[in-house]
Write a protein that binds this ligand. Structure first.
Ligand SMILES: NC(=O)c1ccc[n+]([C@@H]2O[C@H](COP(=O)([O-])OP(=O)(O)OC[C@H]3O[C@@H](n4cnc5c(N)ncnc54)[C@H](OP(=O)(O)O)[C@@H]3O)[C@@H](O)[C@H]2O)c1
Length: 316
């Protein structure tokens, strides 16, 4: 008889309210795959977006869908040739698969071991689970797309949330100067992560505020919000500067801007580099709220506000 697990799941699109918790059969372990007992699952805005069916034409899916793409957990069984890790090892991963189906708001996941990295040992499982998607996004945007270097000045739009919090710390680890943008209540938090300057998007025109800090402008804008905040900020970008966005795909942008859109890819090797930075104390993770599996819909409603400070997690 197949083993069952508890999981959050939905059987049709319609937003977080469709997400219910129940029992579901654990699929068979195949070649190259491992069975991981999930200790915690990070929550990201995309999880809520997917429940609404907004990506249904871009990403194949099959119901029931278990939401969630981030986890930290313990290897419990290994399939044929899945030998990168031992049973009992603690791992973490960004588990976006080609098909939207088996997510991480569940007691277990079956996943190819190529997705996994050793989890940072100096943080809790909850903190480790909050890293992969948001951490890799900031890493791929700042270190790969922008090739950020020491002494550069950058502006991060939305820097108190999941991605921006890692963005500030990755930028400081490279020796860059950071202006963080979020509402005033989050300014102390952003400074605690290393932001050199802060701007409240509700208070001032962002581009003008940047020019007050750096009259010559910034070398890089890392856009995690898009919309009016992005349009305002462009005034503060040097002519030779670069814009990297994780939301805007180039629409309404001056074609002369050096621009790159980043869509985060699973990348176990980069997660290993990330683990080293966490263990060296260069990166910390702030988990502000924990939800049970039964509260998964509440977690998705919170994350879709786009006003979460730091990260939130689901613990099965
Ligand atoms: N392309 C990709 O691969 C990728 C990957 C990850 C995320 N994303 C997307 O990127 C966005 C950010 O993700 P996240 O996980 O960091 O979200 P999050 O945790 O909800 O953070 C949102 C951040 O934006 C700030 N904010 C909200 N409205 C703003 C505005 N009008 N101007 C400036 N800042 C504003 C918030 O600050 P306050 O709370 O102070 O308002 C907060 O710092 C989401 O839309 C997500 O779907 C894309």
């Amino acid at each position: 008889m197949k083993k069952k697990m508890r999981a959050a799941r939905y059987d049709q699109f319609g937003g977080p309210k469709e997400v219910k918790t129940g029992e579901i059969e654990i699929p068979e372990l195949k070649e190259g795959e491992v069975l991981v007992k999930i200790k915690a699952a990070g929550v990201n805005p995309v999880d809520a977006v997917i429940t609404k069916g907004y990506y249904k034409d871009m990403m194949p899916h099959s119901f029931p869908v278990i939401p969630g793409w981030d986890f930290a957990g313990v290897i419990e069984e290994r399939g044929h040739a899945a030998r990168r890790f031992e049973v009992g090892e603690e791992v973490y991963a960004y588990a976006r698969r080609p098909e939207v189906k088996w997510g991480t708001f569940a007691e277990y996941i079956i996943i190819p071991d190529s997705y996994l990295a050793t989890r940072p040992k100096n943080v809790s499982m909850k903190e480790a689970a909050a890293i992969p998607l948001a951490g890799l996004t900031a890493y791929q945007a700042l270190y790969i797309a922008a090739r950020l270097s020491e002494g550069q000045k950058l502006l991060i739009l939305g820097s108190s949330g999941g991605v921006g919090s890692f963005g500030i710390q990755l930028a400081k680890a490279k020796g860059a100067e950071v202006i963080g943008v979020a509402s005033s209540k989050n300014h102390e938090y952003m400074r605690s992560l290393g932001a050199d300057h802060t701007i409240d998007y509700k208070d001032k025109n962002i581009g003008e505020a940047v020019k007050e800090i750096y009259p010559e402008g910034v070398d890089l804008i890392f856009d995690c919000t898009s919309g009016d905040s992005l349009q305002q900020s462009l005034k503060g970008l040097k002519k030779s500067g670069k814009l990297v966005s994780i939301l805007n795909q180039g629409e309404d942008l001056d074609p002369n801007i050096d621009f790159e859109f980043v869509f985060v890819e699973p990348h176990a090797k980069q997660l290993e580099s990330f683990r080293e930075m966490v263990e060296e104390g260069k990166i910390t993770v702030k988990v502000n709220q924990t939800y049970s599996l039964e509260e998964a819909a509440e977690a998705l409603k919170q994350i879709e506000t786009l006003h979460t400070t730091g990260k939130i997690v689901v613990v099965p």
